[in-house]
Design a protein around this ligand. Sequence first.
Ligand SMILES: Nc1nc2c(ncn2[C@@H]2O[C@H](COP(=O)(O)OP(=O)(O)OP(=O)(O)O)[C@@H](O)[C@H]2O)c(=O)[nH]1
Ligand SMILES: [Mg+2]
Length: 209
Amino acid sequence: METSSNKTEFDYLFKLLMIGDSGVGKSSLLLSFTSDSFEDLSPTIGVDFKVKYVNIGGKKLKLAIWDTAGQERFRTLTSSYYRGAQGIIMVYDVTRRDTFTALAEIWAKEIELYSTNQDCIKMLVGNKVDKESDRVVTKKEGINFARECGCLFIECSAKTRVNVQQCFEELVLKILDTPSLLAEGSRGVRKNIFKESVPQSDASTSSCC
Ligand SMILES: Nc1nc2c(ncn2[C@@H]2O[C@H](COP(=O)(O)OP(=O)(O)OP(=O)(O)O)[C@@H](O)[C@H]2O)c(=O)[nH]1
Ligand SMILES: [Mg+2]
């Protein structure tokens, strides 16, 4: 995957959404992906947003990535951001079992309720694999749950950046491979018919709550 330099033209705009319990590392994964950096972040308030231009699978893509707050008090607000997403990244922390059980109890149900794209691609992400000695959720458990939900699966670390690029790349390749998510008239938006409504910088951010 290359970071694209020409930001005015792109073949597709993809809306991606990050969900999962508070503290699992959603914002850290996004920062790691967009800025190749890691820092101790505060919990997200409401929803955050970043844009990244990339070349994947021979296509120029604009990724608009919505990073939701995991805290329950924001749940009503964040539910509206599922609409039109082509990809949803469900994150848990491999060192906290409660974040893994919440996937079935909360997050998979939220997708059922609020996602509007029937063919939306889901990616299950086990984060913080750098803390291997604290791990309580095995890779096998992650694989099994992903299979049950029909999700892609990857384990990664926002801290060491292991598998972070691969996570987004695999998700995007699967979206590119799904005609209903690309077809005009669907939520896949082709270049020139998308009216710009988001910031232009490479990894711009804004909050709204
Ligand atoms: N060791 C380690 N710590 C991580 C990793 N990813 C995130 N963290 C830490 O986990 C804490 C929570 O990270 P965030 O990215 O803010 O979590 P979040 O999922 O965005 O949380 P909310 O915004 O509240 O939903 C922070 O202290 C991060 O530094 C990782 O891969 N490894
Ligand atoms: Mg966050």
